[in-house]
Design a protein around this ligand. Structure first.
Ligand SMILES: Cc1cc2nc3c(=O)[nH]c(=O)nc-3n(C[C@H](O)[C@H](O)[C@H](O)COP(=O)(O)O)c2cc1C
Length: 389
């Protein structure tokens, strides 16, 4: 099964990661991974850090002549900003003369992390809790994503809301999704390409304008914003996942993957929350039969029934809380003096929902690849392809 680990501090020398369990024979290049890393760095509302970093992956092992060889794949992404942090993030020195951070930001990992590990310098927490870590996650998960694509399974995403700029009427968006779905199995990727044309990854241009205006306004006010994004998967066969054991449930695994992204505080599958307010007859996706082909009239379940894929597009939504680092201070405690003070500010994003949507696409790839391998698995791509056929 595919599993991975990342390491690295936000302002450390580099991010590193190992991906294990990829079958042999999957074509992949640094260029392919870098495209996803670039997408993660985009979006209106990002802070100054993204101007410093141009993430590029270095591949150390597990890939030969452009294909996976079944061995663990080791990757590295250098942090260019490290040059400015060498003293503050030194591995060897004893830290003399380096200012300690003692004021935790409400909403960030600073306080709980320091209490857990007994730190008197919050930098230790800040640098690992940071979503900079997701650059490596995107890199590793992109390899699993390529494996899925080579089997006709495509992942995409778009942003549904940023602050009060909310897509209320979905008709236009759903029509767009339907149009692409009818054409080919890569509908989800087509949607993502369409979303990439927008600075906030929104498909509805009138809401996009509102969202950008809102980010501008909120930035001026020293505040931050969150929002909701949708991740979709097309070309999914029926029968991936299982209902037989709690930890084999695909809906649970997908929700966990999305929830593991920093600042994601809500996940729904299909019309999860809206369905809860309706009658069963208004919710469940009725069957159709056309030329002996089984279909559904709707997809309110989001492509999963009994924690198993039902052949419809997988639809997942995630809610991101507003960024915790505010230029306009909140009430905080200085843990050194135990006095009530104003929270401290350091360079930060104002809104990172578009980037989070790209991360959302990535993190579900190993989950789906594992479900796929469980059903059609083998050690090489050729073996798997034959079984899937
Ligand atoms: C793409 C992305 C970028 C983020 N950028 C920032 C940021 O610049 N400043 C900040 O305070 N939080 C940022 N966050 C959120 C924090 O990483 C997150 O709130 C923090 O690690 C605490 O974790 P929790 O919110 O999951 O509890 C970002 C999250 C994501 C997904």
């Amino acid at each position: 099964m595919i599993r991975y680990l990342t390491a690295g501090e936000s302002h450390g020398k580099a991010l590193v990661g190992i991906l294990e369990g990829m079958p042999a024979g999957v074509e992949i290049s640094a260029e392919y991974i870098n495209r996803q890393l670039w997408r993660r760095q985009q979006g209106y509302g990002r802070g100054g850090r993204m101007k410093i970093e141009t993430d590029e992956v270095e591949i150390f092992s597990g890939i030969r002549f452009g294909k996976t060889i079944g061995s663990p794949i080791a990757l590295m992404i250098q942090n260019k900003d490290w040059q400015n942090w060498k003293d503050r993030m030194s591995v060897e020195s004893d830290g003399t003369g380096i200012e300690k951070i003692t004021i935790p930001r409400p909403g960030h990992a600073d306080y709980s992390g320091a209490m857990k590990y007994g730190f008197d310098d919050l930098r230790n927490v800040i640098d690992r809790a940071s979503a900079r870590e997701t650059a490596m996650r995107v890199a590793l998960c992109t390899i699993a994503r390529k494996f899925l694509e080579d089997n006709g399974i495509y992942i995409g995403s778009h942003v549904l809301s940023i602050g009060s700029a909310v897509v209320v009427k979905r008709t236009k968006i759903d029509q767009m999704i339907m149009k692409f779905t009818h054409r080919s199995s890569n509908a989800a990727y087509k949607i993502t390409e369409e979303a990439d044309k927008s600075e906030v990854r929104m498909l509805d241009r009138s809401i996009e304008i509102k969202a950008i205006k809102e980010i501008k306004k909120i930035k001026k006010a020293g505040d931050t914003l969150g929002g909701i994004f949708e991740v979709i998967v097309s070309g999914v066969p029926v029968g991936l996942g299982s209902y037989v054991q709690y930890d084999r449930k695909l809906d649970g695994q997908l929700a966990q993957a999305l929830m593991s992204i920093q600042a994601i505080k809500g996940v729904e599958i299909g019309d999860g929350f809206a369905n809860a307010t309706k009658f069963g007859s208004q919710v469940h996706d009725e069957f159709t039969l056309n030329d002996n082909k089984i279909g559904r009239m709707t997809n309110r379940a989001g492509g999963l029934e009994g924690s198993i894929t039902n052949g419809k597009m997988i639809v997942l939504r995630a809610a991101m809380k507003p960024i915790a680092t505010l230029a306009k201070p909140l009430r905080a405690i200085d843990l050194e003096t135990n006095k009530l003070v104003e929270s401290r500010y350091e360079r930060s994003d104002v809104c990172a929902v578009p980037a989070a949507s790209v991360i959302g696409e990535a993190v579900i790839a190993p989950v789906l690849a594992n479900a796929f391998l469980e059903k059609y698995g083998g050690d090489s791509f050729t073996e798997i392809k034959a079984r899937y056929k």
